[in-house]
Write a protein that binds this ligand. Structure first.
Ligand SMILES: *Cc1c(COP(=O)(O)O)cnc(C)c1O
Length: 366
């Protein structure tokens, strides 16, 4: 069976370095808010090009904390609206509603699965405070038009960069395109920890300070609490592992890119709709290589039978989830079509040429 993602193999490809750093973190006797975190934050902020990087407990918290930070700064309040793509992973939306802000769903573009920028303006009201863009599947979504809209209506641009670390738009990294960005280092992400982990990047010093305090019980100074904060910290062990893996992220994304290029060039089955190559000037990091086909479940069963493991990102759109009952009657036809037709093929930095070829051959015989 060709695995969808062989996490063990990915991590063992850095075995010596990771084990050395883990041992060091273990033996240091210091497990939270120490040198490993400081080092990783400095390296991440340098890699992204943003002034501040703050390690937090996971990607959902990164997004929650950005919005909560803006609330504490007096820039947003309960019932304000945040625009978000209707086909995103549920966490982008949970981060909004958790802060008692209102998620306003915007349909994606069927060509690239990202928020349709031409449909944003019609959704803006006097209560809109931000656009939460999601670089879904590792593909950048950004444009001059998006920036101009944000400026015209005085909106923050928040990036959900959980799937796109290392991607670029006009030479600038995702995570440094808008006002603030949330990262996830969930084990299956392109930069994955050995458990949960996340980060926020921003060039906004006040926001960085606020989030740092919020994530540490609302405190900048031990036993002095300025906010009703939470506990959302990135521990030393995860920071050490991430700091090792960050050095290899460009190399690993390049392997993903090569595999994607081969899939696009060599999959020739007319039943399969392939993703578009990214626009000129942007670099895709292929967190997911997703194809579309009318009889998706049939294709998935066929691939399983022939030794190729696949996943569906995602089977149920957010507006059809029980968690958002009020939305269940709404219609987002493009999202619904995407959720019915997509299938994700294996792609990872440790996939061999033979495995890639086998996936191509099996699909072409379908
Ligand atoms: C993974 C993911 C998240 C949440 O990250 P966690 O670390 O799992 O909390 C948020 N948004 C998107 C788009 C994701 O893929």
């Amino acid at each position: 069976m060709i695995k969808f993602l062989d996490l063990q193999k990915i991590n063992l490809s850095h075995q010596e370095e990771i084990e050395e750093r883990l041992l060091k973190a273990f033996r240091s006797g210091w497990y939270l808010m120490g040198n490993e975190l400081k080092t990783f934050e400095a390296n991440l902020s340098q890699y992204i090009g943003a002034k501040h990087a703050i390690g937090v407990a996971n990607g959902l918290d990164a997004l929650r904390l950005i919005l909560r930070g803006y609330i504490e700064m007096g820039l947003m309040k309960a019932n304000d609206e945040i625009l978000v793509p209707s086909n995103t992973y549920i966490a982008s939306i949970l981060a909004i509603s958790d802060n008692r802000l209102v998620p306003v769903l915007v349909e994606p573009d069927i060509e690239n699965y990202n928020i349709d920028i031409s449909k944003i303006e019609e959704k803006i009201t006097s209560r809109t405070k931000a656009i939460l863009i999601v670089h879904l599947y590792g593909r950048v979504i950004f444009s001059d038009k998006l920036e101009a809209l944000a400026k015209k209506y005085n909106l923050k641009i928040i990036e959900d960069n959980a799937q796109a670390i290392g991607a670029k738009w006009n030479g600038k990294k995702t995570g440094n395109l808008g006002d603030a960005s949330g990262f996830s280092f969930y084990p299956g992400k392109n930069l994955g920890a050995l458990g949960d982990a996340g980060a926020v990047t921003t060039n906004d010093e006040e926001l960085a300070k606020t989030i740092k305090a919020l994530a540490n019980y609302g405190s900048n100074k031990k036993y002095v609490n300025i906010y009703q904060g939470l506990n959302s910290r990135l521990d030393e062990v995860q920071a050490a592992v991430l700091d090792v893996k960050l050095k290899y992220i460009d190399q690993e994304n390049e392997v993903r890119r090569k595999i994607a290029e081969r899939y696009i060039a060599e999959i020739s089955n007319p039943k399969i709709i392939l993703p578009e190559n990214p626009e000129k000037g942007s670099e895709h990091v292929w967190h997911v290589f997703l194809v579309r086909t009318e009889k998706r479940d049939e294709l998935q069963a066929y691939l399983t039978e022939n030794g190729v493991q696949t996943l569906i990102h995602y089977p149920i759109p957010p507006h059809k989830q029980e968690a958002y009952k009020d939305w269940n009657g709404l219609s987002f036809p493009i999202s619904e079509k995407i959720h019915q037709e997509v299938l994700s093929l294996p792609i990872s930095p440790v996939m061999s040429d033979e495995e890639v070829l086998k996936v191509i051959e099996v699909i072409n015989m379908y």
